[in-house]
Every structure is written in C-alpha cells, then in structure tokens.
Write a protein that binds this ligand. Structure first.
Ligand SMILES: [Zn+2]
Length: 355
C-alpha cells in the first residue's frame, strides 16, 4: 500500500515546507565534538549566482546538558562581541562543556565585512528583520533561520551588541519583560551572571523585530548586551563581554570554567532602568555641528543644557540650544559630530523597582 494523503495532510505538508529554511549548515548540530563550518546562505545574486554567502558557525557538543546560542555581529559595525566570541572559540576546550554551544560570532557577516550596521546585500537591519522570511532577502533569511531553526533547540541566548559608529552606550545588559515570570526571572539571572551593574528592561516601546523579541516568542531566557560603542574595538568592553559570557555559561552548568572561579567580580546587576517613552530621548532639531555637553552614564535633569547645534556653513547664526526633555540616566549618546535633523543625541532612561 502506498502512503495515502488526504487533501488536508497534503496542504499541511505543503505549508510546512513553505516555511522551511533555504539555509543549510555545513556541520552537524547534534554530533558530539567540536565542529566548525558555515551556514550556507544561497541567494543567487550577481556576486554569488550559484554559490553561497558563508556565515561562520562553531558547535561544541559534549554529552547531555543545555544548549546556549551565542550571537555576535548582528550589526556589522559592532566588533567587541565578535572579538569576545572568537576568543572563546579559540580558547575553550570541549572537555569544559556539558551540553552544547552554538556560536555565531559574525551573524551578519556581509555587514561585518563592510563595517556597516545593515547588510550591504539588502540594506536590512538584522535586529529589525525578525521573525524573518525563508523566501526573503539575505538578512531576512538569516533571521528566519535563527528564530525557526536554531532557537527552538536552544535553552538560552546571548546576543552581543555595542553602539557601533552611530552611538555610545553606558554598558549594560538587556532583558525583555515577560508575563511569563519564570522566563523573566531566568533572563534576569543571566544578566546577574553577566556581571554588568546596569540592566535595561525592554518593554512596550521596544521593537518586536529584534533577536530579543524572537527569543521571547520562543520562550527562551535571553540577554543582549550593549558594550560601549564608537565602531572600533574597545579591549575593556571585549574583556567584559568574554568574562560575562563565561560567567553566564558557568551559572547554567554548560561550562566548567576555572577562569570564572578566579574572577573577583565586584559588580553584579544592581540597577534596572527602562525608557518610559521615546519622547524622553533627545533628537537633533536641525542639521549642523554638534557641541555636546554630556556623556553616556551621566545623570541629567529635565531642562538641563545638553549642548548646541551650529547650523552648517553659517558662522554668523546663533546656535540652537539643546535641553534634556526628561530627567534620568543617559543610557546612550549619539556619536556623530555633524548631526542631521532627527538624529538621536541622547537616550534617557529611568530607574525601575520590580515588585
Ligand atoms: Zn547592535
């Protein structure tokens, strides 16, 4: 007897296939050992008509235990996270692992190669591309693979960011609020283990097209991190990222790490902040030369002088005076000397007390 399909099962099978990723992984995800290879992203454009765009992936699997997904390079001009993950790939031994690590240090590799926030292949921002599209542009295809293929087999996610060329953050971890208190607590515990004293809680004003939102939909504990910024590679921030990831992996039992035992960390997550409204942020009201009078990490008051913008090419024109629209902590400042009307100049966050 041949296999009998009803119309419904046929339609179900077609719709399952229609959501299947077109990306293949050149290494096994389930086999014991350390494996290194590529996610093979086939898009068929002029540069790669019949080949693929390689996205580097390392899998370390040793026995039973949880799976951690470690991401860097979601944005291509943020290098501290990728550098920290490359250190781990070079220095961790398989014997230290109990479970599995899936490490993607340069997830949006075309953007990393170009040193740009968005991918040069499609101009898409990966952290606004989730849940992605298996039939979409390269960045959308990658986002779909992460949310639909990798996250469902993972128990935790760490996504390392920095301010990139456009901004500088007061270094912090990011945790999504959730109605699922167990999930929320596990994510806060990861932030505690990472070790930065500042935690930015993501709520209703944050984008549902991010890696954080994808982890929330998969109900997996997750932290992101914002590690300074400027678009270079700050060794202090790379150290913070490497040590933070090691501590998270140790706290969840995936890594047996002597380096963590020797770590005399003094700062645990101790301050939680949120952005109550986008209107609390300071944006450039005109184009021109910015004379900034504050830094990320400073406490500011509503109405306090933030700086001046000198309109371009008009030395005879009085500058536009900038004042903070709200009191709070400057979570990030813009990093541009010449600003356009609408540029983010300061993100102002406020303290949160959890019940
Ligand atoms: Zn980023």
């Amino acid at each position: 007897m041949g296999r009998f399909f009803t119309v419904n099962t046929l339609l179900e099978s077609m719709s399952e296939n229609s959501n299947q990723s077109r990306i293949t992984c050149s290494i096994p995800l389930d086999t014991e050992g350390m494996h290194q290879g590529d996610l093979m992203l086939r898009y068929s454009d002029n540069a790669q008509p019949l080949g693929y765009y390689p996205i580097p992936v390392t899998v370390m699997k040793n026995g039973e235990g949880p799976t951690a997904l470690l991401l860097g390079g979601v944005h291509g001009d943020e290098f501290e996270g990728p550098a920290a993950l490359m250190r781990l790939i070079q220095h961790l031994n398989l014997e230290q692992v109990s479970g599995r690590l899936i490490i993607l240090p340069a997830l949006n590799k075309p953007a990393i190669d170009a040193s740009t926030r968005v991918s040069p292949l499609d101009q898409v921002n990966m952290n606004r591309a989730f849940p992605g599209d298996n039939n979409g542009t390269p960045t959308q295809m990658l986002a779909h693979y992460i949310e639909q293929v990798l996250m469902p087999i993972c128990d935790m996610v760490i996504d390392l960011h920095a301010g990139g060329k456009a901004s500088v953050f007061s270094s912090c971890t990011l945790v999504s609020r959730s109605q699922n208190q167990h999930l929320f607590k596990n994510s806060l515990d990861l932030a505690g283990a990472f070790g930065l004293p500042l935690v930015w809680l993501l709520g209703e004003f944050n984008d549902d097209r991010s890696v954080n939102a994808a982890a929330l939909r998969n109900e997996i504990p997750m932290i992101a991190a914002e590690l300074g910024g400027g678009g270079g590679n700050d060794p202090v921030q790379t150290d913070i990222a490497e040590n933070g990831v090691r501590r998270c992996l140790s706290s969840t039992g995936i890594l047996n790490d002597k380096a963590v035992e020797d770590d005399n960390r003094s700062a645990a997550a101790s301050r939680l902040v949120e952005i109550r409204s986008p209107s609390q942020n300071l944006y450039a009201p005109v184009c021109g030369l910015l004379d900034r009078r504050f830094q990320a990490g400073e406490e500011v008051a509503k109405g306090q002088l933030a700086g001046f913008v000198y309109p371009s090419g008009q030395s005879w024109t009085a500058p536009v005076k900038l004042r903070f629209p709200a009191s709070g902590l400057v979570l990030a400042h813009g990093n541009r000397g010449h600003v356009a009307h609408g540029d983010m100049l300061a993100m102002v966050a406020n303290d949160v007390q959890l019940a």
